[in-house]
Structure formats: C-alpha cells, structure tokens
Design a protein around this ligand. Structure first.
Ligand SMILES: Cc1ncc(COP(=O)(O)O)c(C=O)c1O
Length: 422
C-alpha cells in the first residue's frame, strides 16, 4: 500500500492544510459541521450562494419581473448552462444543453440514434449500466423492434470493454454505456470504445452522471456522438435538477427529437401547425424550461470551473487512494470487500465497499457515527468522494467509523428491513 497516505487524524488534517482546493469547502453550506458527507455522488451539497440566488430568482425575477424575465435570461438558460457544463466534459459550448431528466434525455437521444441508423436492429450495453437506463432501452427496443443486448461484467466490478468490442457488428445501431459505473465506479476508455463503435458504423451514447464533475471527460477528443448526465450529483445542482445532454455538432441537424415539443420548433411563437425543428441543440428541448430548478444549477458548476477538473481529479485520486490504502490495512480484516477497481486509472470518484452486513453497517454509520454514505443493493456501501468539499480528515473519520461499527458490533442494533430510498 502507498506509504504517503495519512495514517492518523493529525496527518489527515496536515494534508488538508496544504490542499489548494481546501478553501472551497467553505463555499458549501455545512449546517452540521460534524457530518461526514460521502453521498455527493447521489446529491451534491448546496453551494452557499444558491440560497441567495434562489431568493432572487423567486422574489425578484418571478415576483417582480414576471413574464418579462423570459427575455431577461430565462429563455436562454438551457444553453447558457450547457455552455458552462460543456467546459467540464470536453465539449463545445453549442453542443450541450440542459433539459428534462437524465432518463428522458436518454430516451430522446437513444431513439434519435436508432432512427439515424435505421435498418440496424441491435442496441449494445452492459449490466453495470444504471437500471433506469436499462428500462428505457428495453422500452425503445420494444418500440422499434430492436434487440437490447446487455453484456455482463466478468467480476461485477470492471466493465466488459473487450466483450462489448467483440459484440459490435454491422447490425448494431447504438453502443450506450455509463462512462463511470454507478456501483463500482469503473470508468470506461471512452475513446477506445467510441472508435470501435464507429468502425462498426454504430453511434455511441454515454451516461456521464457519475463522471461529470468527478473525472475529466473528453467528449470531443474521444469523438463521442451523444451523452447525457445528472446535474444533482457532482454538479451540486440540487435535488431533481434538470439534466444535460450533448450532441456532437455535426450530428445535430441529422438527429430528431422524438418528443416534438414547441420548445424545439424553428419559430415557436409563430404557432404554426406543423413541426419543423430549429437547427442546433434547442431541437432537443420539448416543453418549457423549468426555470427555478435550472437556475439552481449554476453556482455548483461555477465552483467546479473555478477549481478546474485536473486539480479536482488529482485530489479525488489522492482521497480514494487513501481510503483504499486504509481499507486494505484496517477494514479488509473485518470483512469489508473492495468493490471498485484497485487501479485508480480505471476508477471514478466513488469507492464501493461490500460487506455481508452492509445495510446494517450503513444504518449504524448514519445514526451513531455521523457518517452519511449510501447503500446499493445487495451489499455495497458507496462512499462518494466530492473533491470540492470532501477532505482528508473526512476520509480518515469515515474509515475509523467503518472500523468501529464492526469491531464494536454497533450494526447489530439495526433491523435488516429497508425503507423506500436507500
Ligand atoms: C448513472 C445514472 N443514470 C441515470 C440516472 C437517472 O437520473 P434521473 O432520475 O435524473 O432521470 C441516475 C440516477 O441516479 C444515474 O445514477
């Protein structure tokens, strides 16, 4: 295990003292300063300025400006935010727009891809993809008489890149994957898979939900065709924030949004009877932009841009290497299993730890140790590392808590029954 990782709270605090990103922690609300929050990959923390911004959007923009505010920034908010997010994911400003949920955007883009590759009847994905993505793809396959092929991971941790490449062929319309897998954090080589898909004549659609704001993404450099992703995780856009979608510039006029709403219409206020989509990305809008929730996305994205993705990645790797190093030394002997790639080059910004008692341990962490991770069925404690606000001290405290909960059998006080949201 690496020798330079902090092995005591004092060493962890010393690392924080020389961390150039550490001051950014104070730009997020911490009403409970003792809480160790390791769930930024489910719901990012709230930037301090978001509360004042929302007050302005509601009380002034809506309350005072009323309908006039549509021409004072609301109407163009989807592409203005997209332009900022584009900088985080290696795309051009006019290739990213914010609308709807990740699920709906996936539906729109996967359907558009299938139409653009008509005659091809297979959609390829893997079993590490997020279940919502799989459900949507199943529906699209049914709708279009196509077959969804779900390639299994050999070990439940690493992606199945080789098998996916082997499965590509002249009848594949679309290869669609999560860039970083939601459970294990395995991160695919986007460029290699995109090239393989293109060689077979297929399009690619990447779900960046666990990658955007967590790892440097290079959509343009990889030649990626399409992408979607959540804004409420590492982008800190707030609960249920609208999602972003990316369409490579040269594809934009070739692809068609299956939800042909007025917001994608060429001259929407002409109220013409027939749909004629606008050139460019706005054709992938359907209904009115949800202004209040869109507005809340900007402060978190600005903080990521201020930090820079390279610095964030370096800190994320240092934190996850520390966590895994301490796992090996202190947690593995207690029955914790590493359920993420050991090699940081293939790992996103969260770490999965398995345990036979994972659910009850998760409960003890939350209720007795002040640590908030999340839990994924059947046995994964997911520790989300958000380098904008997580510290080396957070990781040290979390490992100490994971250790104590098992050593002192604190988890035995909790029932095995689970609530609706885990
Ligand atoms: C990888 C991934 N894709 C898609 C989704 C679904 O996002 P939404 O509920 O915004 O449609 C999630 C939600 O957590 C996710 O983690």
């Amino acid at each position: 295990m690496p020798t330079n990782i902090p092995r005591s709270m004092m060493e962890a605090v010393a690392r924080d003292a020389i961390d150039p990103l550490a001051p950014l922690r104070t730009r997020f609300a911490h009403p409970d300063p003792a809480l160790i929050y390791l769930d930024g990959n489910s719901l990012g923390r709230m930037p301090v300025t978001t509360a004042a911004l929302m007050q302005d959007v509601v009380a002034y923009q809506w309350g005072d400006r009323l309908i006039r505010a549509w021409n004072e920034g609301w109407f163009t908010l989807p592409e203005r935010l997209g332009g900022k997010i584009a900088q985080l994911i290696g795309a051009q400003a006019d290739e990213v727009i914010v609308a709807d949920s990740t699920s709906v955007n996936l539906y729109k883009l996967a359907t558009a891809a299938l139409r653009a590759r008509s005659g091809r009847t297979r959609i390829l994905t893997d079993d590490g993809n997020f279940p919502s993505d799989l459900y949507i793809l199943q529906g699209i396959a049914q709708e279009h008489g196509a077959t969804l092929e779900v390639i299994a991971s050999a070990d439940g941790i690493h992606g199945s890149a080789g098998a996916l490449m082997g499965a590509l062929g002249g009848d594949v319309a679309l290869l669609t994957l999560s860039h970083t897998l939601y459970k294990s954090a395995y991160t695919y080589d986007m460029a290699a898979l995109t090239t393989a898909a293109h060689n077979a004549g297929a399009l690619t659609l990447w779900d960046l939900s666990h990658a955007a704001g967590a790892v440097p993404v290079a959509l343009n450099a990889a030649g990626a065709d399409l992408a979607v992703g959540c804004c409420y995780k590492y982008l800190n856009g707030g609960p249920g924030a609208p999602a972003f979608l990316y369409v490579r510039r040269d594809l934009q006029t070739q692809l068609f949004n299956p939800i042909q709403g007025w917001m994608g219409q060429r001259n929407l206020f002409a109220f013409e009877g027939d749909y004629a989509p606008v050139d460019g990305l706005r054709r992938f809008l359907s209904g009115s932009p949800p202004v209040l929730s869109l507005a809340a996305i900007e402060p978190g994205v600005d903080l990521l841009l201020e930090a820079g993705m390279d610095a964030l990645r370096a800190k994320s790797l240092a934190l996850s290497e520390m966590l895994i190093g301490l796992w090996e030394e202190r947690l593995a002997p207690l029955g914790y299993r590493l359920q993420s790639p050991r090699d940081g080059a293939w790992r996103g910004s969260h770490v999965g730890l398995g345990h036979d008692e994972a659910w009850r341990i998760d409960q003890a962490l939350i209720h007795q140790a002040g640590v908030l991770p999340d839990f994924r069925q059947p046995d994964t404690i997911r520790l989300g590392i958000a380098p904008l606000y997580n510290s080396f001290a957070d990781i040290y405290a979390a490992v100490a808590a994971l250790q104590r909960v098992v050593e002192e059998r604190l988890y035995t006080q909790y029932a095995a029954a689970r609530p609706a949201v885990t």
